[in-house]
Design a protein around this ligand. Structure first.
Ligand SMILES: *Cc1c(COP(=O)(O)O)cnc(C)c1O
Length: 383
């Protein structure tokens, strides 16, 4: 206990101590926290579907039909017709042979990587990949090679060493930076080395592409280019869970071998039905994507005029880099005092010295929200 207590004190001293705020309202643009209303600028519910009436209705109706608990893991008796229908619809949506649902994106990434490679293989990962991809690599026991962010030439150098199976893994849209992986070049690199390419598009799905098909639709990449696509349902879909989409043989392999698929309870059927409703909204309501693009452009223009430390991003994630962790927390707290929730993202989530305020834009924001955030940020940052 003494040791742990010292560790906690050290975290606090470094400005890395993490704590939670209790939310008393549904997800949305306006959140109720400690009896105070704030404008939310850090949710991953990009399309504003988490509290959509159609999604809520589908959830309630399915709970009436199927109850709440799913009963078991999918291979025992926890695979319901709602799960099955959602898998088929997601396969059509992503234009891939088949889809397999996982309880969370974290578990999907851990399970997939550990099922596909082992001791004599090598996993190549972008240095800024999400923690779940890195952990999947560690769990697999494969050799781990991390290439500089977005640097396909560095990857090419690392890939010259002989190894058995080769797996290249990358975020599609990088979760803390908002930039895209250089996918056409990664595809070429994977093909040249007979490697399997996995893209985790947790933040692109629903937000990018004419149909909301994410970064793979944006670059027009098929299943022949990218073997496996991972998508979280807890972000743009606004619900919960995750899926993996790809060729028949890969999906069958995961059903047989992915331990985070086999040894865990399925998410409730009502979540599957709610997700079917959100998928329908996602594909048919193009205005949500257009609005995010419009607001992101406005935010970027405003930030540029104010000389704010913006990263280059063309999606809903618009981080403002602060650097020092203490300062990032101070700016976040000042913004909170002015009625804005923008959480400070610090190491080890992001590299040392790159603490930031990760602003996320939702289809439900209005122009005036963007303008007032820029105003508040300008004051907080420059004071
Ligand atoms: C959020 C996220 C995950 C994890 O998904 P969950 O469904 O929240 O577990 C995986 N990869 C990336 C890139 C993410 O941003």
């Amino acid at each position: 206990m003494q040791h742990l207590n010292n560790q906690l004190a050290e975290l606090a001293q470094q400005g890395l101590y993490r704590s939670r705020r209790i939310i008393d309202s549904p997800q949305g643009i306006l959140l109720q926290i400690d009896g105070k209303q704030v404008i939310n600028f850090c949710s991953n519910d990009y399309l504003g579907l988490a509290n959509h009436p159609d999604v809520i209705h589908a959830f309630k109706k399915a709970a009436d039909t199927y109850g709440v608990g799913s009963g078991s893991a999918p291979l025992i008796c926890g695979y319901n017709s709602a799960h099955h229908a959602l898998e088929e619809e997601l396969a059509a949506f992503t234009q891939r042979d088949r889809v397999l649902l996982f309880p969370t994106g974290y578990m999907a990434n851990m399970g997939v990587i550990a099922a596909l490679v082992g001791r004599h293989d090598t996993v190549f990962q972008d240095r800024l990949n999400h923690a779940s991809l890195l952990d999947g690599g560690l769990l697999s026991g494969a050799r781990l090679k991390r290439y500089a962010h977005g640097d396909v030439e560095h990857l090419a150098v690392l890939m010259t060493k002989p190894t058995e199976k080769k797996l290249i893994v990358t975020d599609g849209v990088f979760s803390m930076d908002g930039d895209f992986a250089p996918l056409p070049d990664l595809v070429a690199q994977a093909k040249a080395h007979n490697a399997c390419l996995i893209v985790d598009d947790a933040h692109g799905l629903g937000v990018l592409g004419q149909q909301g098909g994410g970064v793979l639709e944006h670059y027009a990449l098929t299943q022949n280019d990218v073997s496996l696509l991972m998508g979280s349902l807890g972000k743009g879909f606004g619900t919960f869970g995750a899926f993996v989409a790809g060729p028949e043989i890969l999906i069958e392999t995961l059903i047989q071998k992915a331990r985070t698929y086999i040894y865990t309870t399925s998410f409730p059927a009502a979540v599957a039905e709610a997700t079917r409703a959100s998928l329908k909204l996602m594909t048919t309501e193009q205005w949500r994507r257009d609005k995010i693009q419009h607001l992101a452009k406005r935010f970027k223009q405003g930030a540029k005029q104010l000389n704010l430390p913006l990263l280059h991003s063309d999606c809903a994630i618009q981080p403002l880099i602060i650097g020092d962790s203490h300062l990032a927390v101070t700016v976040s707290n000042t913004l909170f005092g002015q009625g804005f929730l923008v959480s400070a993202i610090r190491p080890p989530t992001v590299p040392q010295g790159s603490a930031r305020l990760r602003v996320t834009i939702s289809a439900l924001h209005e122009e005036q929200h963007i303008d007032s955030l820029l105003d508040a940020f300008d004051k907080a940052y420059k004071s």
